[in-house]
Design a protein. Structure first.
Length: 193
């Protein structure tokens, strides 16, 4: 018959665990590891394997960027971007959103990660269009076929002549915080030429 061993948890009553016969007992190291995981589970902690880079990202607090200007004239900004796009043989991305939007902030983070940063600088000119709380510059969004009521960030891709090549009519990036950088890479690769 197996004996029992008792571990005490300060947050709960004693936890009784059966102990296997001597021949079938795990090593002390394995038992200690199992105990550590069990205690972590009881205390609400978790062990998540992470790379050094992942740990450094977690240790660095994120400060939201000011991306969308409330005072900018989006019509003038788009005209300037189209002029630059014609000169540099690029396309224009219109990014509709607001600084309050967490998904817009995540999109910007993904825009600044490789290979997205290289794709953007080589093939695109970006214009950030502030939409307030979905109550400003809606005429601009409508002009380019972007219904921001379906969520933001919402993007449109324009040719250098101003023709709408694509608009996110169903809010494809509105849940960007649950997507990964590769989805942005796919989008940029699809619309770069």
């Amino acid at each position: 018959m197996a004996s029992r061993i008792c571990f005490r948890n300060p947050l709960a009553s004693a936890v009784n665990l059966p102990v296997a016969p001597t021949a079938a007992r795990p090593s002390r190291r394995l038992l200690a590891l199992g105990l550590a995981f069990a205690l972590a589970g009881l205390s609400g902690l978790s062990f998540v394997p992470a790379t050094v880079a992942h740990a450094q990202r977690l240790a660095t607090p994120y400060t939201p960027k000011h991306l969308y200007s409330e005072t900018a004239d989006p019509t003038a900004d788009i005209a300037a971007a189209l002029k630059q796009a014609r000169r540099e043989h690029k396309r224009v991305i219109l990014d509709f959103g607001g600084d309050w939007c967490g998904d817009c902030q995540v999109l910007d983070i993904y825009f600044h990660q490789e290979p997205n940063l290289s794709l953007l600088s080589k093939y695109f000119v970006i214009v950030h269009v502030w939409i307030g709380r979905e109550d400003h510059n809606l005429d601009v969004a409508d002009k380019y076929g972007v219904p921001v009521t379906h969520g933001v960030p919402a993007l449109a891709v324009l040719s250098p002549s101003g023709k709408v090549l694509y608009s996110q009519a169903t809010g494809e990036f509105r849940d960007m915080r649950h997507m990964d950088s590769a989805s942005v890479t796919d989008f940029l690769n699809r619309w770069k030429n």
